[in-house]
Design a protein around this ligand. Structure first.
Ligand code: NDP
Length: 453
């Protein structure tokens, strides 16, 4: 696929010329625009209504100072952000990321992706993203609390149940959501549903912690089923060891697969016997409670080897790869190795983990390949279910939520598959990137046309 005159012009004039340093944002806009060519060629209303010019600009970008006091009594200053990208189909919705790499380019790329992902979930949610360059690693609980309270002291005025409902992302888990929510409630004196990913005892949803990883595996299962395959008996490489990776590993194992790897930003463990439920329980305790490093897994289990500084993709042959750590963590060379080793399916659990060269390699070799905006949408979909339960002031059982999540992942697969068949290249190969982008875009763009300017 390639850009048409309209999308080429908007990409150049509205994105590259104005923000040449925003490389992640340029990468994600290029990928989406590239997929939209057959739709834009067929439907002139999008150009007439200048939808591309409008959709690449956030409706609002909030930048703020976060000042807090560390355990030594020193004043610390961090950058705070909330990008309210698009609210055509519902309140802004998207996570908060606390990581030293956070900048506006990364948050704009994540917010832009979130627009189409949320549209695919079938739920009424707009797209947004936020966060800070604050690094929770190595900080005491009190310091994390002080930071979260300072962050919310500014953010509270920009969010609300019908305005903007943030959630977690890298570096923002149950602990951080607790401190953020506590501060919101104190300032507003109101128990509003303004954050998702809350603990069960005070407004969270069952299955929300599992949802992104489980959803990734449900989506990959749907793709595999189109070729008469399943997870049963397959070898799987997973990257990351956080929320998404842990639950992708858990569900893949439950479906009969053997997960061989997990990783963190220091290195990868390869366990030739597979990471079963007992070993995964060790990982969950290590990462979620003790905030330790994956290296300790190899000290504990003699069946595992630890590779310092390595990523999983070239360490062992696999049938299925699930990148679940971060953006651009699987490059073109690694993709070639996966293909040469017989990998048949790549389901992105993280956002944009595969570089454009890796995606091109997977597609040229006709692998089943799902972009994160489709296959990791289970997290935000279940956040949507958390909002519904809060609004109704009741809680669904784990079975009910999991069933709804499973149904939503099937619908997303169906939407991406159908759009790929309608607009993609003729033949057997299903281009899920094109399908997901067109299905996600069409709904939001039509809403923007309907609502005028
Ligand atoms: P966590 O913070 O729970 O885990 C992130 C994992 O990725 C950790 O293992 C971390 O290692 C690793 N990691 C982070 N940065 C890097 C890096 N630069 N290089 C190598 N490894 C890295 O985050 P989540 O699991 O929640 O998120 C993972 C991905 O999934 C992100 O792309 C996120 O945007 C996406 N996502 C998450 C959703 C959710 O519901 N949580 C929903 C949809 C998408 P370390 O411990 O060393 O930091």
């Amino acid at each position: 696929m390639s850009l048409n005159d309209y999308s080429q012009r908007v990409l150049q004039e509205c994105v590259i010329n104005k923000y040449p340093w925003e490389k992640e944002f340029i990468q994600s806009v290029t990928e989406v625009f590239d997929s939209l060519t057959p739709l834009l060629d067929r439907e002139s209303k999008y150009e007439k209504n200048r939808i591309l010019e409008r959709i690449v600009v956030p409706e609002r970008t909030i930048l703020f100072r976060v000042q807090w006091v560390d355990d030594k009594g020193q004043i610390q200053v961090n950058d705070g952000y909330r990008v309210q990208f698009n609210s055509a189909i519902g309140p802004y919705k998207g996570g908060l990321r606390f990581h030293p790499s956070v900048n506006l380019s990364i948050l704009k790329f994540l917010g832009f992706e979130q627009i189409f992902k949320n549209s695919l979930t079938t739920l009424p949610m707009g797209g947004g993203k936020g966060g800070s360059n604050f690094d929770p690693k190595g900080k005491s609980d009190r310091e994390v609390m002080a930071f979260c309270q300072a962050f919310m002291r500014e953010l509270y005025r920009h969010i609300g149940p019908s305005i903007d409902v943030p959630a977690g992302d890298i570096g923002v888990g149950k602990r951080e959501i607790g401190y953020l929510f506590g501060q919101y409630r104190r300032i507003r004196d109101s128990y509003d549903s303004v954050l998702t990913g809350k603990a069960l005892e005070w407004g969270g949803s069952l299955v929300r912690p599992e949802a992104t990883g489980y959803g990734d595996v449900y989506f990959a299962s749907e793709m595999l089923a189109t070729r008469g395959e399943s997870f049963d008996g397959k070898k799987v490489l997973v990257s990351g060891s956080g929320n998404v990776a842990q639950h992708a590993c858990e569900k893949a194992t439950q479906l009969g697969a053997k997960v061989l790897t997990l990783s963190d930003s220091n290195g990868t463990i390869l366990d030739k016997d597979g990471i079963d439920a007992e070993k995964l329980a060790f990982v969950k305790d290590l990462k979620n409670n003790r905030r330790g490093r994956m290296k300790e897994y190899a000290d504990k289990f003699p069946t595992a080897q630890y590779f310092e500084g390595a990523r999983p993709w070239t360490l062992a042959p696999c049938d299925i790869a699930l990148p679940c750590a971060t953006q651009n963590e699987l490059n073109g060379e690694e993709a070639k190795v996966l293909v040469a080793n017989g990998c048949m399916c790549v389901g992105e659990g993280a956002n944009m983990p595969s570089t454009p060269e890796a995606v091109a390699c997977f597609q040229a070799n006709k692998l089943l390949f799902s972009p994160g905006k489709a296959s990791n949408a289970g997290g935000v979909a279940t956040s949507g279910l958390e909002m519904s339960q809060n609004a109704m002031r009741l809680s669904w059982s784990a079975e009910e939520v999991d069933q709804k999540l499973h149904g939503i992942m099937k619908s997303i697969h169906n939407a991406a598959y159908t759009a790929a068949k309608e607009y993609g290249p003729k033949g057997d190969y299903v281009d899920y990137v094109l399908g997901a982008n067109i299905a996600g875009f069409r709904k939001v763009a039509n809403a923007m046309v309907d609502q005028g300017i």
